[in-house]
Design a protein around this ligand. Structure first.
Ligand SMILES: [Zn+2]
Length: 509
């Protein structure tokens, strides 16, 4: 009995370590992520890495993937994602995989999880996508100052605590500091506080990424603030989901870009990310830049200058779920009042709901139409902008369609940029902007995050009405050498990992 048991055990060992076959992906057009022109080549994978690229011969034992003449590119890196909540419920990551994304970057807009919680989450629970994270400024504030006391700058003692916490996060592989200065949890922080924390991230060779203090009425000042943070800290700084959301600023993207170029010429490494939609998704309260939520003049300004009520959809509204899916202007007509009055009513009722349901998060959300296609295109095309989704699995279609939308609409239909350039803005450029090594290019030694797609067919299908519709044209997706998505379906393999800042970057002093 004993001998037989041993034999069976040995067989099991042999089959599980059986000579790991190389995967040879052939018959493809290769776009390697550097921005150089498409070329004919094959790619050999061994384990989780790319080991060869070029005119490769089939070797005995190779497992061959016939690319059928389609494009193989590095897996897309989403530099601004809110998909983690979705992944906890959907570890197969259809929302991201189906648009070709292989790495998401969370900890955005000042929020996020401590790195040890993230590590613990990923050690027990693999997802079909890699995850990297920034450390959120508002998360640090909440920890140190308590959630109901954030409407002020931090004291020196609190700031010292936050600096210590951030140092710890940086040693655990955080990419840097993220802020969401337009949101209430950080809006009242001083520039001194932000710079003091940013310096900690800089000392560790980290980066700064920011939802800046205003995307509408005080956009210029907010841009100056992030430029100044880059100047003072000397580290790369990035404007999150760059946009012009005030009607009076429409068409001004070239002026903003010229300002960013001047900062770059001065030696400040400032970049941006952007998503390809003319509407955002946030709270009703961001429509009140001066934070006077019951002021009629502010509400009027919001519906006249900051969003178009007839194309801005209330996508979440727990106090009155029947309003969900309706435009702000439509609700106003039903209620027989002006859009400004309706906005005031909705905000007040949501605040009341929050008071009576203190444990409920995300009481309301609006998809606010407030950008022009021209500005969106100009920002997407700026050579220092990489593509992001800013998405989750909510009612904004960006969570399922951002990357395929750029490939289908901006590249194929509008010819805003070449396919190679667009892929670069989703891969190699993004990795460089984030300080992520060994991903973002198809190159020997790099991790095998790959996407095979049909450039003639690729397109987003998600809309405000059907925000979870899967894209067309993404054929296969590999994460760390394993195929996680194929022919419109998840394969059930969850080979994503935590991606950290390279540990070789040590604190400078
Ligand atoms: Zn944001």
């Amino acid at each position: 009995m004993y001998a037989r048991f041993v034999i069976i055990l040995c067989f099991t060992c042999i089959s599980s370590v059986s000579w790991a076959k190389d995967i040879l992906i052939t018959n493809i057009r290769l776009i390697d992520g550097t921005g150089t022109p498409v070329r004919i080549a094959s790619v050999r994978l061994r384990g989780d890495r790319i080991i060869a690229v070029g005119a490769l011969k089939v070797m005995p034992g190779d497992s061959i993937v016939d690319g059928r003449g389609q494009v193989l590119a590095p897996g897309f890196i989403d530099s601004h994602s809110h998909h983690l909540g979705y992944l906890r419920r959907n570890p197969d990551a259809l929302a991201t995989a189906s648009q070709g994304i292989t790495t998401i970057v969370i900890g955005q807009d000042g929020d996020g999880l401590p790195m040890d919680s993230l590590q613990a989450l990923l050690s027990g629970n693999r997802f079909a996508v890699n995850i990297a994270s920034y450390t959120g400024h508002t998360m640090l504030r909440s920890e140190v100052m308590s959630d109901d006391d954030l409407n002020r700058p931090a004291t020196d003692v609190e700031l010292a605590k936050m600096r210590t916490m951030l140092s710890k996060e940086m040693t655990r592989g955080s990419l840097g500091l993220s802020t969401g200065l337009e949101y209430e949890g950080a809006f009242y922080s001083s520039r001194l506080e932000v710079v003091s924390l940013a310096r900690v991230a800089a000392e560790f060779g980290g980066r700064y990424i920011s939802h800046i203090r205003s995307e509408d009425l005080k956009m210029d000042e907010a841009v100056e603030e992030i430029i100044e943070i880059g100047r003072l800290t000397g580290m790369p700084v990035k404007i999150s989901h760059i946009k012009l959301a005030a009607r009076d600023d429409w068409g001004q993207a070239p002026r903003v870009i010229a300002r960013l170029e001047r900062a770059r010429a001065e030696g400040i490494d400032i970049t941006a990310d952007a998503y390809p939609y003319t509407f955002w998704n946030s709270t009703l309260r961001v429509l009140f830049p001066d934070r006077r939520y019951s002021d009629t003049a502010s509400a009027r300004l919001a519906v006249e200058k900051l969003c178009d009520p007839d194309s801005s959809m209330l996508v979440r509204y727990l106090p009155e779920p029947a309003w969900e899916g309706r435009m702000l202007g439509e609700i106003a007509r039903i209620r027989r009042e002006s859009p400004a009055q309706t906005l005031l009513h909705l905000v007040a009722r949501a605040a009341e709901y929050e008071r009576t349901h203190p444990d409920v998060d995300g009481v309301e959300a609006i998809a606010g139409k407030s950008m022009t296609a021209g500005d969106v295109a100009a920002f997407l095309a700026w050579p220092h902008t990489n593509i992001c989704s800013d998405g989750n699995a909510g009612r904004h279609p960006r969570g399922f369609g951002s990357f395929t939308r750029v490939l289908g609409r901006q590249v194929r239909e509008s010819k805003l940029m070449s396919l190679e350039k667009a892929v670069h803005k989703m891969t190699g450029l993004t990795a460089r902007h984030l300080g992520i090594r060994d991903r973002g290019l198809i190159r020997p030694g790099y991790l095998a995050d790959l996407v095979l797609f049909d450039p003639d067919r690729v397109i987003d299908r998600a809309t405000l009405e059907d925000s979870h519709a899967l894209s067309d044209g993404i054929i296969s997706v590999w994460v760390n050498g394993k195929r996680v998505y194929d022919a419109g379906r998840s394969t059930g393999i969850r080979s994503g990992r935590l991606v950290t800042r390279p540990v070789s970057v040590l604190k400078k002093h």
